[in-house]
Design a protein around this ligand. Sequence first.
Ligand SMILES: Nc1ncnc2c1ncn2[C@@H]1O[C@H](COP(=O)(O)OP(=O)(O)OP(=O)(O)O)[C@@H](O)[C@H]1O
Ligand SMILES: [Mg+2]
Length: 389
Amino acid sequence: MSFLSAELEPLPGYPVVGMVGGGQLARMTHQAAIGLGIGFRVLSATPDDSAARVTREVMLGDPDSVAAASAFARACDVVTFDHEQVPPATLEAMAATGTPLRPSPDALIYAQDKLAMRRLLERSGLPNPQWAQVGSAEEATAFGEAQGWPIILKTSRGGYDGKGVWLCRDRAGVVSAFESGYPGAWLAEAYVPFQQELAVLVARSPSGQAVTYPVVRTVQTDGICTQVVAPAPDVSTGESGRAQSVALRIAELTGVTGLLAVEMFDTGDDVLVNELAMRPHNSGHWTMDGAMTSQFENHLRAVLDLPLGDPRPRAPWTVMQNILGGEPDMYSALKHVFAADPALRLHLYGKAVRPGRKVGHVNAYGDELDSCLDRAVHAADYISGVIDE
Ligand SMILES: Nc1ncnc2c1ncn2[C@@H]1O[C@H](COP(=O)(O)OP(=O)(O)OP(=O)(O)O)[C@@H](O)[C@H]1O
Ligand SMILES: [Mg+2]
């Protein structure tokens, strides 16, 4: 383990925030840290990770390792995360250094463990789909017979980008999900025939101040979030108010500090909670250009216990479209895209291009939803090489 950079003295008088993980969320959090003037350090597995390419103070080390993570925590005033999958022993070791972890391990558990999250919501009377913990294909089949097919099977921990989630239409589907051999706990959920998927982002500080961003629509393709529309269309004021109050209530119940993203299903006139994330979230990338304060800045303000920034939108509509790689040479696409749409905002993550991998996103904002959708989709498709005009 070593620091990548030689110069490590932080600027006196400013706190140092450390982020565990060197992915694109850390990279974009760093952008916000620059504006706040604070120190920002990243614990990154490799020097090629998205944030390690741009952050001066990078500690190289396995973010899962007790030794690396606790040395990192000692070098920071407050530690936060760009992903949730940090093992419990590592969290414990970091907490033992005395450096505050935001969110705390006690909060983070609800983003790491879907069973813990379902139990909390149930205890608190918050809207869950029908669910059950299942220990075998037989139990999951019995759940399917009782609820009606299809059902969704999930691993309680470790899922991301739709991995660890199976749509099962019958017993054979259940058996094949269990053949993945996942050793931990499983849960079964009734399949929710949702009209759209929604997300609500809350920033909450240690002193309990909380703000919520507008409810957004998220669109997943093959389990990966590819588009976000802010605010979510076709949602009544009553429903969006409910979604926001559910999210605020979860923030309070879990005691999260920093950002909380609550993924939800819109069932037509109500919402059900799908899952939680406690970090900057793909559903909040639109805020970089579309909101008064970006999610990354509000995450930093929250973990530093600074007053939170205004989450309101700057324009009637913002559409975020993820760029999935694609053509290795994305740079030469920029000439066309920027010439066609000078108001388009681009964020590339400095990641090597591989088919289907998230390598960036664009934001298009304006007065007309259809035109924002066309502009964002066109730009993302052109940059990833799906279209050539
Ligand atoms: N009970 C359900 N009913 C219908 N669809 C579901 C259900 N649970 C999950 N899905 C679908 O599967 C997708 C992935 O599920 P989930 O968000 O739980 O998994 P994940 O891989 O942990 O998520 P992420 O990609 O957000 O990290 C959801 O966005 C939704 O489209
Ligand atoms: Mg999800």
